[in-house]
Design a protein around this ligand. Structure first.
Ligand code: NAD
Length: 476
């Protein structure tokens, strides 16, 4: 079995205990993982605290920090095949996707490397002739970055990049499911030459490792990605020392298709929108909201396209859908599909647990037009399951789109740009994609509201969120 250790204060650490990580395609244990419990969390936070307050990190200039981030980006790029192999093996995410996403991870580090020396303060024109008043932008302190199993390298890059650019130090907690890619990434932190304690990478189980980390008095800010229920624990933990939080949570994103849309383009985007990452994506376009006159045609085309999707071993380049990360996740998904069918949703395709090893689940489409409150319409599935609801007119489309407690992403497909503008204004979500879906860039902020959380990742604003303002008054 391959071995993966914690990385604390510039050294690899065997952990309090070890647990096995299973290959989601075969169910076989393949890696031995070091587990952080309360003592290792404490070591990591103290190391980050020391690195923030003394030593090389506070003494380093912003441009020197930027150069380190640039070096990290190059190392990520060089190590991409190995990181992709490990992420695919540990999480079941297909190799095509892990390879493509790691290229993006390097881009995010490059973007924040460039921003490090562009985080500026300001001079204030106060109406007192004998006073100089200015604002210094200072790093917020020690950051706890907590990520879920899907896309751990990417979800940590959108936290580490801005946090390090701003001058913070970090304890990064990988999920207990599929933690190997982040523990492997820790070797690149060491090779890039970050001073000890600046980045610490740990993993462990949520109720112990996560809970101790979020409530630790040495933490100033928590950047969390995960589910809303866990977020409530995180916020309660943050109350201990009133750490600030940013929360990137789930979604139940509407994918709205009008009769006048380019249907080929809409179907392609919908297939990728829901089935990419085997549906384990916070921005999955998991609710198709379709104009009634084209409902039958869309359903038939989606079923035909879903039947052609190559389901297989995640390490094969031709595979388009791999296994879900955990057996628990597949069981949960199937239970929601079964409850929705029992409630009256029509199964258009999929919905059957395949025989054999691995956490596989087929691409599934359910027509819920007659049961708009079916569980698969309301709950985040985090799997390859699409719930379809038809609408009569624009007002109906807006009502259905906004009938959710989440507010992360949304898609609108129409050739009528005037209508597109009205939809952009009316939809309650952090992202609106028009005639496209899933586009991301380091430059563009990303995040939601409601049950989807608060705060934004990406862009300059994310780096500013890792700073605090100091107001200076100087009598001249
Ligand atoms: P999760 O909430 O179960 O776990 C996320 C992380 O929180 C893990 O590292 C876990 O160990 C940790 N954790 C668990 N209990 C904790 C506690 N009491 N205190 C502190 N930390 C704790 O999430 P998951 O089920 O692994 O991931 C799926 C969820 O993540 C979905 O809801 C999905 O939509 C969301 N997600 C959001 C985004 C986004 O950017 N908005 C991106 C990807 C995933």
């Amino acid at each position: 079995m391959e071995q993966f250790d914690l990385y604390i204060d510039g050294a690899f650490h065997p952990g309090a205990a070890r647990f096995d990580s299973r290959d989601p395609a075969t169910d076989a244990p393949w890696a031995s993982i070091a587990e952080a419990r309360a003592a290792e969390v404490d070591l990591a936070v103290r190391a980050a605290r020391r690195a923030f307050e003394t030593g090389a990190w506070p003494a380093m200039t912003a441009s020197a920090r930027g150069k380190l981030l640039l070096r990290l980006a190059d190392l990520v790029q060089e190590a991409a095949p190995e990181l992709a192999r490990i992420e695919t093996r540990d999480t079941g995410k297909i190799i095509r996707e892990t390879s493509a996403q790691i290229a993006y991870v390097a881009e995010y580090y490059r973007y924040y490397a460039g921003l490090a020396d562009k985080i500026e303060g300001a001079h204030l024109p106060i109406d007192k002739p004998d006073m100089e008043v200015w604002l210094r932008r200072e790093p917020i302190g020690v950051v706890a970055a907590i990520v879920p199993w899907n896309s751990q390298l990417f979800l940590s890059a959108v936290k580490l990049g801005p946090a390090l650019a701003a001058g913070c130090t970090v304890v990064l907690k990988a999920s207990e499911d599929g933690p190997a890619p982040l523990l492997a990434f820790a070797k690149l932190i060491e090779r890039a030459g970050f001073p000890p304690g600046v980045v610490n990478v740990i993993t462990g189980f949520g109720p112990e490792c996560g809970a101790v980390l979020t409530a630790h008095p040495g933490i100033d800010h928590i950047a969390f990605t995960g589910g809303p229920e866990t977020a409530r624990h995180v916020v309660r933990g943050s109350a201990e020392n009133l750490a600030s939080t940013s929360l990137e949570l789930g979604g139940k994103s509407p994918f709205i298709v009008f009769e006048d849309a380019d249907l080929d383009s809409a179907v392609n985007a919908q297939i990728a929108g829901i089935f990419a990452a085997t549906g384990q994506s916070c921005v999955a376009g998991s609710r198709l909201v379709v104009h009634e006159p084209i409902r039958e045609r869309m359903l038939a085309t989606l079923a035909e396209r879903a039947a052609r999707i190559a389901i297989g071993a995640p390490c094969e380049m031709e595979t388009e859908i791999g296994p879900l990360c955990t057996r628990h996740q597949r069981d949960r998904l199937h239970a929601i599909v079964a409850a929705s069918v029992a409630a009256g949703a029509k199964l258009i395709c999929g919905g059957v647990v395949p025989e054999g090893p691995g956490n596989y689940y087929p691409p599934t489409v359910l027509d819920c037009t007659d049961v708009p409150d079916a569980p698969c319409v309301k709950e985040e599935m985090f799997g390859p399951v699409l719930a379809v609801t038809a609408f009569r007119d624009e007002a109906d489309a807006i009502r259905i789109a906004n009938d959710t407690a989440y507010g992360l992403a949304s898609g609108v497909f129409t050739r009528d740009l005037t209508r597109a503008h009205r939809m952009i204004r009316a939809i309650r979500a952090g992202i609106v994609w028009v005639n496209t879906y899933r586009a991301v860039s380091p430059i563009a902020p990303f995040g939601g509201h409601g049950l989807s959380g608060h705060g934004r990742e990406g862009g300059l604003a994310a780096a500013l969120d890792y700073t605090t303002v100091k107001t200076v008054w100087l009598r001249t």
